[in-house]
Ligand binder design. Structure first.
Ligand code: HEM
Length: 488
């Protein structure tokens, strides 16, 4: 939680415990900027408690370390805890319009209403056939070129989101998504939280020109701004033209254009802008998360051959070997679902979630309130928390327990609107890979490096995808795909 408002009265309860901030810099010198969640986890151990207070330059932060406190504040008091902190560089990088940065107000509500219409659980069902088809196509890409498996995960995630958002097929999705991808790449490399904190503390930095020493990032920011706008407006226009030509496929933007009869741009400019902005946010929100989780999955499967054997035995038993799994098989594949949940719990890719901000002062317990891995690795709830044990999600009769990790997707009114789409994408990608390949170690597999920053996932590492059947030229996989008809 960021952006705290100070109480004026002297009877204010104390702030939660935390490291003593030094004047002006706060605790910035002690923060591990490559992996800030590690520093927060360490401080949480030292200042034992469910809440931790820290200050990074002039930004006050409260880290919530327990699911109970997060639910109490971010869900039960969500009226006060659903704002976002100002990201001082969002406008420079041209992404201030993204839903994820929207303040809690009318624009936020309009975006959330669009997401609810087109991505709630029942609406997300309509995207499943295309998700499955895309997952099967990913298998052929892995077979042809296993070394670049992480790129195939990116292509898979891009295809799913561009199809669900604009109704594109795989090739159109890659072309249209290119500007959004390049913008997201620049933002991830240059738009770091440290730069945002510096610009918040020294707003004059935002005004300095790109030729000024240490201001090289400004040219990147300008490029990002251009690409983000081109990607957002171009993708909307493409979907609009498909509706006009009668060739549009059901998707968020197409359905919205039809439902609200937006046959010309001047009809309801505010609504059109909300559709453009909320739709373009989905690319950045979904591709990096989905594809990083799949890399974590490959890493864990490589390290746990016994888990693969058990999951594959379950798939062979339920699905057989003459077709690929589909969503109808999911209820009978409890162990595969347990593997999915344990992958999300063991290495959450967003260990700090996305910060919320308070819109009013609050008091919780004895603390004044001007997120995390700690929840995933809670020793009481998940004994031996660093071990990868899918069976912790199974009951004694082999069925799934009711812990479906709701916190992975955040809390309250800000909860991830793409969670149903994400869950289906991850399941069909993982089950298809397990059905067809065994992931094994190879030379260099031991030297796994991890991404730096707010996300936590291994960088692509060498490993082998061994086809489970003799399939040198992909014939067997092609015939399995053919045998598994997907109706869209
Ligand atoms: C694949 C795994 C994914 C994970 C782990 C994930 C997780 C999250 C989390 C933790 C948040 C912040 C919630 C909060 O503030 O409490 C979030 C926000 C968001 N997610 Fe996801 N997400 C995933 C995939 C997706 C997908 C596939 C989409 C869209 C199709 C999506 C769209 C969004 C959007 C638009 C927001 C911003 C919501 C807001 O600020 O109101 N996400 N996600």
């Amino acid at each position: 939680i960021r952006k705290l408002k100070r109480h004026s009265g002297s009877s204010r309860p104390p702030l939660p415990p935390g490291p003593k901030p030094i004047p002006f810099l706060g605790n910035v010198l002690e923060l591990n900027t490559d992996a800030p969640y590690r520093t927060y986890a360490e401080w949480s151990r030292i200042y034992a408690g469910d809440m931790l207070y820290t200050r990074i330059l002039n930004q006050e932060i409260i880290v919530l370390n327990s699911q109970e406190v997060a639910v109490e504040l971010l869900e039960k008091r969500s009226g006060k805890y659903s704002d976002r902190p100002l990201l001082a560089i969002a406008d420079l990088f041209g992404c201030e319009w993204a839903s994820v940065f929207a303040n809690y107000g009318p624009r936020f509500r309009q975006h959330r209403s669009l997401y609810h219409q087109f991505f709630r659980a029942s609406a997300a069902l309509s995207y499943r056939p295309r998700q499955l088809q895309t997952a099967y196509e990913m298998l052929t890409h892995i077979l042809d070129d296993p070394t670049h498996y992480a790129e195939h995960f990116d292509t898979f995630a891009t295809s799913v989101v561009m199809s669900a958002t604009y109704g594109c097929d795989i090739n159109e999705g890659e072309t249209l998504g290119r500007s959004l991808k390049r913008a997201a790449d620049i933002f991830c490399r240059f738009g770091t939280p440290e730069l945002a904190a510096l610009c918040a503390a020294f707003p004059f930095l935002k005004k300095l020109p790109a030729w000024f020493p240490f201001m090289g990032w400004k040219s990147e920011a300008a490029e990002c701004r251009k690409l983000a706008n081109v990607g957002r407006d171009g993708s909307y226009l493409w979907a609009w033209k498909q509706v006009d030509k009668g060739t549009a496929r059901p998707s968020m933007v197409v359905n919205a254009i039809i439902r609200y009869r937006l046959d010309d741009d001047s009809k309801d400019p505010q609504l059109v802008q909300a559709i453009k902005d909320s739709a373009a946010t989905l690319y950045a929100a979904s591709v990096e998360t989905t594809s990083s989780i799949l890399v974590v999955f490959v890493y864990l499967m490589m390290l746990h051959p016994e888990v693969q054997v058990r999951a594959q035995a379950e798939i062979d038993h339920v699905v057989g070997t003459q077709r690929l799994p589909d969503f109808g098989d999911r209820p009978a594949l409890s162990y595969v679902d347990a593997v999915l949940r344990e992958t999300l719990r063991c290495h959450p890719v967003l260990p700090l979630g996305v910060p919320h901000a308070t819109s009013e002062d609050d008091i919780y317990g004895s603390y004044h309130i001007p997120k995390g891995k700690a929840i995933a690795h809670n020793e009481v709830k998940y004994p031996n928390p660093t071990a990868f044990l899918p069976e912790r999600f199974l009951q004694s009769d082999g069925t799934l327990n009711d812990d479906n990790l709701p916190w992975i997707f955040g809390f309250g009114r800000r909860i991830c609107p793409g969670r149903h789409l994400a869950d289906a994408s991850l399941w069909c990608a993982m089950v298809s890979i397990l059905a067809v390949f065994t992931i094994e170690k190879t030379e260099g597999s031991e030297e796994v490096k991890w991404a730096k920053g707010l996300t936590c996932h291994p960088l692509p590492f060498p490993c082998k995808f061994v086809p489970r059947c003799e399939d040198k030229n992909g014939q067997r996989i092609a015939s399995l795909i053919y045998a598994t008809r997907v109706e869209s």
